[in-house]
Each structure stands twice: as structure tokens, then as C-alpha cells.
Design a protein around this ligand. Structure first.
Ligand SMILES: Cc1ncc(COP(=O)(O)O)c(C=O)c1O
Length: 347
């Protein structure tokens, strides 16, 4: 899910190699860039007034969100309701935070089922999670429905939009309709959005945004000797280079540039999906974002053959399918070359 960084990202990154946002008072320029990046992400996510940080990736971002939710509720034997399709980072997070995962079922489109989520809620629930762009299929959970449930039951709702957060805001209106997933929904308290995925920046640049300051108070740690009295991130030392690189990409491309790149990825995704169906392959689901998953008579073997040809596609055992993520470095000629190789290896 990563892509070749934009050339401006590489230049900016190199200029900030020594910058450490773990001690931001010493790197005020980097701090300003991080804040501006967060402001831009907030604007994409309808989150005027939200606060956040650039962290090591979606895993750390999700960890910070659930840490906040757990600390705010502060009860014994806490539980979190996760879609069955939640990213595997939540398995690690539950272990680290002592949270019991309670899994809600999916509908036919691999989106979490609202009724199932409601059934999973107990007096021990400290948070619910929805995904806007699952890692395996790019499915977008019905976050509006989750938000209603969250508001009604006064439960913290975190949205993992590590992938979709920098896609959904830029879709054609007709493609994006019904995919509301961000702070415009009252129940959403935090959102993960990773510039190091569709944002074409250098690693490591994950993003976590919280609705407002209230949600970060519970995760602050006092610092005995640094320039700022408190730190909110899990890691201490963290690079300012990725903040500079992300800032440079956002400045260079603007919303229009990100929109153009996203729409091109979606167009190519549709092209692959149409051709695969024409070849007789079954799609696991019609793509919503930039992921196509399909099955052949032996998907695991097909995956191995494609890897041997140099195609970095993946195999998803639990769905027994080959999965292709169409990232910004993918061009139309790659798609045609892939389809030729596919026919060749799967005769
Ligand atoms: C939906 C989702 N959440 C979380 C993550 C974890 O992100 P990272 O690998 O940057 O920690 C990923 C990674 O692909 C993802 O797709």
C-alpha cells in the first residue's frame, strides 16, 4: 500500500534528516510543518478544530486512538467492538492495551453490519471501530450508521481510514456518495489517515486526528527534561523529515493534484476489474476504492506465478483471492502488461 514517494517528498525529507519532533521546541520549523499538515488533513476530513500528530504509521495511530478511548472510560475488563475485517494492527493493540476484542459480522459486501455491532455492545465497551477502506478489499464500513449507534450509546467511535482517508475526499461525487466517514459525523471521535499510503510521502508518515483537545488529554505523559512539558505520542523521538515531506507534497499537489491522482487510480482499478470479469474471473466484490480482489481456480498458485513475473500482488488466505492495490505509481501500460502476463500464466 505504499508507493514511490513524490520527487518533492524526497528532497524535503533529506533537508530535515536531523529533525526530531519528539522534542519540538528545538525544531520549531518542523513543528510548524507538522501542524500545517494536520490542518490540511483536518480540512480533507471535515475536522475544523481537530488536533493530531504525524506518527510511525496506521498501527501507532490506531493504538493512540484506542489508548485515548480506554483511558477516558477507565473501567475494568474493557472491550472494543471491531469489524471482522478490521486491520490486524488491532490484534496487537488489544494485546498491548488489555482490551478484549469483540468482533461484529459483515454483510455481503464485506462491510460491518450495524445490527451485529449493536449486539456486541456491553457495559464494558470503551470503543467501536469502523474502517474506511479495509486493507484486504478497500471496503468502506457504514460509518454513518456506526456514528448513530455511537451517539445513541455514548461510545467512542474511531475510524481507521489509514487508506481511504486520502482517497474518499477526492472521489468523483457520484463515487463518493454514501461514503461519509469523517468528522462531519457527530459520533466520530478520531480518524487514522496515513500520508505514507496514498499521500505519496516518505516513510514513516501515519496520521492520527482527534475531534478536539478533550480526546488527547488522557494520553499525555509528562516529560521531565524536554522543551515541552507533555508528550502525546507513543514513541518519543520521531522524525520531522516525514512531516516536511508530507507538507511539500500537499503544497505541490494541492487538493486538485491529489484529486487527479486518486481519480486516475480509481479509473485503472475499474479497468482491471472490467477486464478480469471479461476474462471470466470472479471478483470478490466490486471495488469501492483502489483495490481489486479476484479468484481463479487456484488463486494461491496464480499468486505465486504472478510474483515470479515480478508483480507485487498479494494472496489473501481467508478470502482465497488474489488482491491488487492500484497505487499512484501504476500507469495504464502497467495494467495492460499485467493483464497479458495474467493470461499467459493462467492458461
Ligand atoms: C486500514 C489499515 N489500517 C492500518 C494499517 C496499518 O498501517 P501501518 O502499516 O502504516 O502501521 C493499514 C496498513 O496497510 C491499513 O490498511
Amino acid at each position: 500500500m505504499c508507493t514511490r514517494p513524490h520527487p518533492i517528498a524526497k528532497i524535503a525529507h533529506r533537508l530535515f534528516l536531523e529533525s526530531n519532533l519528539g522534542d519540538p521546541g528545538l525544531f520549531l520549523g518542523s513543528l510548524r510543518l507538522e501542524r500545517e499538515v494536520i490542518r490540511k488533513l483536518a480540512a480533507f476530513l471535515n475536522g475544523e478544530g481537530s488536533v493530531g500528530f504525524l506518527v510511525s504509521g496506521g498501527t501507532e495511530a490506531n493504538l493512540m486512538a484506542l489508548l485515548a478511548a480506554r483511558n477516558m472510560k477507565n473501567i475494568g475488563s474493557p472491550e472494543v467492538v471491531l469489524p471482522e475485517s478490521a486491520h490486524f494492527s488491532f490484534t496487537k493493540i488489544c494485546g498491548l492495551l488489555g482490551l478484549k476484542p469483540v468482533y461484529a459480522g459483515l454483510d455481503d459486501s464485506y462491510r460491518v453490519d450495524g445490527a451485529s455491532v449493536e449486539k456486541c455492545l456491553t457495559s464494558k465497551t470503551v470503543a467501536m471501530v469502523g474502517t474506511a477502506g479495509t486493507a484486504e478489499l478497500g471496503a468502506v464500513d457504514p460509518i454513518s450508521k456506526l456514528s448513530e449507534i455511537a451517539v445513541k450509546n455514548e461510545i467512542y467511535l474511531h475510524v481507521d481510514a489509514a487508506l481511504g482517508g486520502l482517497i474518499i475526499p477526492f472521489l468523483e461525487p457520484s463515487d463518493g456518495s454514501g461514503l461519509a466517514f469523517d468528522f462531519q459525523l457527530k459520533g466520530v471521535k478520531s480518524v487514522t489517515v496515513d500520508p505514507h499510503k496514498m499521500g505519496m510521502t516518505t516513510l514513516p508518515a501515519g496520521g492520527i486526528l482527534f475531534r478536539n483537545n478533550t480526546y488527547i488529554d488522557s494520553i499525555k505523559t509528562e516529560t521531565p527534561y524536554l522543551t515541552e512539558r507533555h508528550q502525546h505520542t507513543i514513541v518519543g523521538t520521531r522524525t520531522g523529515a516525514a512531516a516536511a515531506a508530507t507538507w511539500a507534497v500537499f503544497e505541490t499537489l494541492g487538493r486538485e493534484g491529489l484529486q487527479k491522482i486518486t481519480r486516475q487510480c480509481i479509473k485503472l482499478t475499474r479497468l482491471i476489474a472490467t477486464k478480469l470479469e471479461a476474462f471470466g474471473y470472479g471478483l470478490v466484490v466490486q471495488p469501492t476504492l483502489n483495490i481489486v480482489a479476484f479468484r481463479s481456480s487456484n488463486s494461491s498458485l496464480l499468486h505465486k506465478k504472478l510474483l515470479q513475473r515480478g508483480w507485487f500482488v498479494s494472496y489473501v488466505p481467508r478470502l482465497d483471492c488474489v488482491r491488487i492495490v492500484i497505487m499512484p505509481h501504476t500507469k495504464k501500460n502497467h495494467v495492460h502488461a499485467f493483464l497479458r502476463d495474467l493470461r499467459d500464466v493462467d492458461r
